[in-house]
Design a protein around this ligand. Structure first.
Ligand SMILES: Nc1ncnc2c1ncn2[C@@H]1O[C@H](COP(=O)(O)OP(=O)(O)OP(=O)(O)O)[C@@H](O)[C@H]1O
Length: 745
């Protein structure tokens, strides 16, 4: 990197000073009356043609986030001041003057000259920086394509508001900023990477925002990070038209939400919904469930290492689209039953108001796109309106008829007593009958609709799980033996993750998802752990396919009940763009070599992972017949001495994790078992059961395997692979022999 002696160094220092000074002015103004300044800017920019598009007004408004920051969050502003930008492009848009654009995490425009002091990394023109090439380039702005010439790209190292160095980069230069970022110590949480986003990652972040995307990415290729940056890019680009509360990110567990918790505010993202599938379904349906812990299910399978899954594997079946089909048949039975209740016409007295057959058609055909109970609500409204309209004409007709009869009595009957008697009779009858009709009309719709009882989803689904007659009718594809197995499996009421899709689906089809939970855009991390039906149910309930899904089949440790290939996901999302990421940014070449050995044993036939060029220590195998405190202590101390801060000891099961942490603590090593609700802290040694390690990363990892070695089975290979790929810099394997880690002699 260019240090102080570079001929432009002073120029760059001055530029940084100028930027900071202007920021100070803004900050001061914000103390006074920033709102007024902001309004003025909006006003004066209203007619301005600017860099990115003729839509410049909107663009600048969204670009002027700095002002909003100043207004709302002094703290973030101070943070931006410490590092206002990280790169500069020397760029000329076709037909315009050359410009030096400084790229940072937020934008800043001079409020009098409108000069862009900092350009937001998410703005269209910043794409030029990430795209890689120098020379003639094009970049998309909304639906148009702009062209221009990129003369140079410069990266800056700025710390605490001071310029340390800079470097001009092109394709042939070694990306020092990236190297620097990767060799740094692991934060206990994920961090933003705006300065070093790579070309293939940038393509995913900026991939068409109105289309779904699916990413198969190697361990450590940046999937989680990219998904979070795409959220930031999405909200920035959509601007004020999109309410962030309608964007949901689904993470595998609460620990993971905590792990990513710091990145989003750093990227300017707030108020989005971050949750797990389990929590979301329970909120959206209002159904409370005590769920079996999926990790316990997994442990039960891996403990004996045999992968003994029954051929009629119910958790797996519940994730298939065939299961959805069975439930659809069940819904059809329910729907037909309700439709049959429309056989009676709606009437007041003997006057027909609406024909039942007409309502039935509305229910089964015209409104079939709506959830069942919503259709009934709509039909009730139609009945109400019709009754209101027609009851009036019934009353008018009757009124007229009584008047005629009274008139006839008055003129036709000569006997005054008889006449009085008849007239009084008609009047009495009218006065009694008409108010009754009026009253009846008020409740006709409710009375008619009373036959449609509202159902509760949980017992409705439970009936399907346990009713022999229903099952044989809707699942004839299953043999009698399989049907019996299914019924027996559900004899005792207990709920598991794989039932969530069914409950959500039924709720969506019968009651509909309430607006508050009807997310418009969904981001799913670790999507390989979902079943096809889980995704299909979500898509049906939300009535959108706007999903960004990232995952890695090689880490599909729940594959006994989840996705094992992407084709069926792509069939479910036919508009989706599919991407792959092959490079790992997390792990050193040496660690990846070991992990690749395990990857190559897998059935998925995934290409080997390419580590970015970063060397480290060769992973060390330490022979030990049993778990030995001294051995662990020695490794642990060595790792601490090399300056590592986050160190994890990964074992296969949670039982072992508890046992080892007790042993280590008694021995004097502070060790904590990582749990789903843990708060990630730095200092102590973390003992991590393998399935919980997914998604996380550590400076150094010690994998131990004694009582429960890793067997050469699909799930074990994946668990081991997950463990190996958590290490950024150093890896130790401790066990009786290398075969315990499937690594041969
Ligand atoms: N372009 C980049 N610049 C700097 N660091 C990067 C870049 N891309 C990824 N990283 C770093 O690589 C590590 C792995 O990223 P991340 O956890 O997002 O990967 P992942 O694909 O989700 O991994 P896994 O599937 O193993 O959970 C993180 O420390 C991240 O900061």
């Amino acid at each position: 990197m260019a240090e102080k002696e570079h001929f432009e160094f002073q120029k760059e220092v001055k530029r940084l000073e100028y930027t900071k000074q202007y920021m100070d002015e803004i900050l001061e103004a914000s103390q006074r009356d920033l709102k007024a300044v902001q309004d003025k800017i909006k006003e004066s920019m209203a007619n301005l043609e600017y860099i990115d598009s003729s839509d410049s007004y909107i663009n600048i408004l969204t670009n002027s986030r700095f002002f909003e920051l100043a207004l709302n969050q002094k703290e973030s502003l101070e943070a931006v001041k410490k590092k206002p930008y990280f790169a500069r492009i020397h760029f000329q848009r076709t037909g315009e003057a050359e410009e030096l654009l400084y790229i940072g995490k937020t934008s800043l425009f001079h409020n009098e000259t409108f000069e862009p002091i900092i350009v937001d990394w998410r703005s269209p023109v910043a794409n030029v920086y990430y795209d890689g090439r120098l020379g003639e380039i094009t970049y998309p702005v909304r639906d148009e394509v702009y062209s221009g010439h990129l003369y140079s790209k410069r990266q800056y190292k700025i710390e605490n508001g001071n310029l340390l160095s800079f470097q001009d980069v092109d394709l042939t230069t070694n990306d020092e900023l990236l190297q620097d970022a990767l060799s740094g110590k692991a934060d206990v949480r994920l961090t933003e990477i705006v300065a070093t986003i790579q070309k293939e990652q940038n393509e995913i972040i900026r991939a068409h925002l109105r289309q779904p995307i699916l990413v198969q990415g190697a361990a450590g290729s940046g999937k989680t990070t990219i998904a979070l940056h795409r959220i930031s890019y999405f909200l920035y680009t959509m601007g004020e038209h999109f309410n962030p509360e309608q964007l949901m990110i689904l993470a595998p567990n609460k620990l993971f939400i905590e792990y990513i918790g710091d990145v989003l505010p750093e990227l300017g993202v707030e108020h989005i919904c971050q949750t797990t599938y389990e929590e979301y379904v329970q909120h959206a349906t209002g159904i409370k469930l005590k769920l079996q812990n999926p990790n316990e299910q997994l442990e039960a399978i891996v403990e004996d290492g045999l992968d003994t899954l029954p051929s009629f594997n119910i958790p797996q079946i519940k994730g298939t689209l065939f299961y959805r089909e069975i439930l659809e048949r069940y819904l059809t039975i329910h729907e037909q039953h309700l439709a049959s209740l429309f056989d009676e016409d709606v009437a007041i007295e003997k006057y027909k108001i609406i024909r039942g057959s007409h309502l039935k058609k509305l229910f089964l055909i015209a409104f079939s796109y709506m959830p069942i109970e919503k259709r009934l609500e709509r039909i009730k409204k139609i009945i109400q309106a019709e009754v209101k309209r027609k009851s009036k004409s019934v009353i008018d007709t009757l009124n007229k008829r009584y008047e005629d009869m009274i008139g006839k009595a008055l003129s036709g009957l000569r006997d005054p007593d008889k006449r009085r008697e008849m007239v009084t009779k008609f009047i009495d009858e009218r006065d009694e009958r008409l108010p009754k009709i009026k009253a009846e009309a008020k409740s006709t719709a409710s009375t008619y609709m009373r036959r449609f009882e509202k159902i509760k989803i949980k017992p409705f689904y439970r009936k399907f799980l346990t009713d022999r007659t229903i099952l044989s009718e809707i699942a004839p594809e299953w043999s009698i033996d399989e049907q019996e197995k299914f019924l027996k499996y559900h004899k005792k009421e207990q709920w598991a993750v794989e039932d969530l899709a069914a409950l959500y689906f039924l709720h969506a089809k019968i009651k509909g998802i309430p607006d508050q939970w009807k997310m418009r855009v969904v981001f799913i991390d670790e999507v390989q752990d979902y079943s096809l039906f889980q995704l299909a149910a979500l898509k049906a309930g939300l009535e959108t396919d706007m999903f960004t899904m990232v995952g890695d089949l090689a880490q599909g440790i729940h594959s006994y009940r989840s996705i094992t290939e992407w084709d069926s996901v792509l069939d479910l999302f036919p508009r989706a763009n599919y991407f792959t990421l092959q490079k790992s940014y997390r792990t050193t070449i040496e660690i990846m070599e070991v992990a690749n050995k395990i990857l190559s044993k897998m059935d998925e036939d995934l290409p080997l992972v390419e580590p970015v060029v970063r060397h480290g220590n060769i992973p060390t195998f330490v022979q030990s017949e049993e778990f030995n405190n001294e051995v662990i202590q020695e490794i642990y101390e060595k790792l601490l001495q090399s300056g590592h801060q986050s160190i994890a000891l990964i074992c296969k099961t949670s039982k072992e994790a508890t046992q080892y942490s007790k042993q280590l603590n008694a021995f004097g090593i502070e060790a904590t078992v990582l749990k789903e609700d843990s708060v990630l802290g730095k200092t102590q040694l973390l003992i991590v059961p393998s399935y919980l390690a997914k998604g996380l990363e550590f400076d150094a990892v010690i994998i131990v395997a004694f009582e429960t070695p890793y067997f050469d089975t699909p799930i074990d290979r994946k668990l081991l692979y997950v463990g190996l790929t958590r290490a950024m810099h150093d890896l130790y394997l401790v066990g009786p022999n290398k075969e315990t880690f499937l690594l041969g002699k």
